[in-house]
Design a protein around this ligand. Structure first.
Ligand SMILES: [Zn+2]
Length: 379
């Protein structure tokens, strides 16, 4: 209850992506999603934090208009960001925000700036919580799967995108360790021996974090962007062609021509289309490239099992948008490689024992942020 006697009715969740910011709202227990369609605004993160905060105020204002409410209705605002955050909800390092020109502008306590902008607009203090986007996505998946009850369970969640985000959930809450537990994209599992030849020419797998051999250099869009030029080269086509030949498949020259054309616009553009061709057309060359991801995710999960022995491994992110057939194919490779690497039967991937499944959260990281804030405050 606020000093003027009005009670807060809603929680606002904000998902800060690379291109746009998404806004959603829930009731106070976070179960009911109040908007039939999320409000979206362009991110403007490239311009700096002030412009981003402006977009956030504008987006939250639009949510309130849509719900026929005003600022006193807002209990709190929780924000996902593509950066490391502390368990208490502040951005530790704005690594992935801004352009090379505006990066320095982001060296500010963003959460505090947002809180003071909200206070100015709302005329009262509104609690702000910031969290890592992969943690929020994992938290929402756990909530959709198991509901609000904590219960005994451990799961490991990865989200595929520009990089490979990760999250460890224990008994329904994100496990932070000293703060940054679950940064699974930077685990360095060995490439399983039967697949080492795939990466024989790829010796420059340097991660955005500065280290070498992080698994996200081989199972995320950034890694594919690095590999696509090799794949389209004579040497790459020879390696891939030989593999496909053995499986009775072949490289379709028109796909290589199209990818080469896109590569001239920029390798990222070509890498982005690989999933489309692999999914929509079931193209063998593109599936071979995407198989790298499945192999390394399988190897990653296999290296985690002896440490955590979780109930479930969950794959979220962009790959969940693929069609049913492509998803079955992909997760089949992950399970196979997981089994090949982990020969100890107690870690076998089967129902109820290190099961490997797709995420059931429908891109609701914004709601995951609300849940993380609630758990942090003991609500
Ligand atoms: Zn790394």
């Amino acid at each position: 209850m606020q000093s003027d006697g009005t009670a807060s009715q809603i929680r606002i969740g904000v998902d800060m992506g690379g291109n746009d910011i998404k806004f959603g709202a829930t009731g106070l227990d976070a179960t009911e999603l109040l908007l039939p369609k999320l409000v979206k605004r362009p991110s403007l993160a490239h311009d700096g934090p002030d412009q981003t905060i402006g977009q956030m105020l504008d987006g939250i204002g639009a949510v309130l208009t849509e719900l026929g409410l005003s600022w006193p209705a807002v209990a709190d605002v929780s924000v996902t960001v593509p950066c490391p955050c502390s368990p208490t909800g502040t951005i530790v390092e704005a690594t992935n925000l801004g352009s090379p020109e505006t990066k320095a502008l982001w060296q500010v306590p963003f959460g505090e700036h947002l809180a003071s902008a909200l206070q100015k607009t709302a005329g009262r203090e509104i609690p702000v919580f910031a969290c890592n986007d992969a943690n929020a996505a994992g938290q929402d998946d756990d909530f959709v799967r198991h509901g609000p009850a904590s219960g005994e369970r451990t799961s490991v969640f990865v989200t595929t995108g520009t990089g490979l985000g990760g999250c460890v959930l224990h008994n329904g809450s994100v496990f932070y360790g000293l703060g940054q537990a679950g940064e699974l994209g930077h685990v360095k599992p060995a490439v399983p021996e039967p697949y080492a030849y795939r990466f024989a020419d790829d010796t420059e797998a340097v991660c955005g974090c500065g280290a070498r051999q992080c698994c996200e250099t081989r199972c995320a869009l950034n890694g594919l962007t690095r590999r696509i030029q090799w794949a389209l080269s004579t040497s790459g086509q020879k390696t891939i062609g030989r593999d496909l030949d053995a499986q009775g498949q072949r490289i379709h020259p028109e796909v290589v021509a199209r990818l080469t054309e896109l590569c001239e616009e920029g390798p990222k553009r070509a890498a982005y289309e690989v999933r489309t061709f692999a999914d929509r057309d079931g193209d063998a060359f593109c599936r071979w490239l995407l198989e790298d991801w499945a192999i390394m995710i399988g190897a990653l999960f296999a290296s985690i099992s002896p440490i955590l022995h979780p109930n479930q491994y969950i794959i979220g992110g962009g790959l969940t948008e693929m069609s049913g057939g492509a998803k079955d194919w992909f997760i089949g490779v992950v399970r196979r490689v997981y089994g090949e690497v982990n020969s100890q039967r107690c870690f076998e991937s089967q129902m109820g024992n290190c099961e490997i499944v797709w995420s059931v959260s429908e891109d609701q990281g914004w709601r995951g942020a609300i849940l993380m804030a609630m758990r942090r405050r003991g609500e």
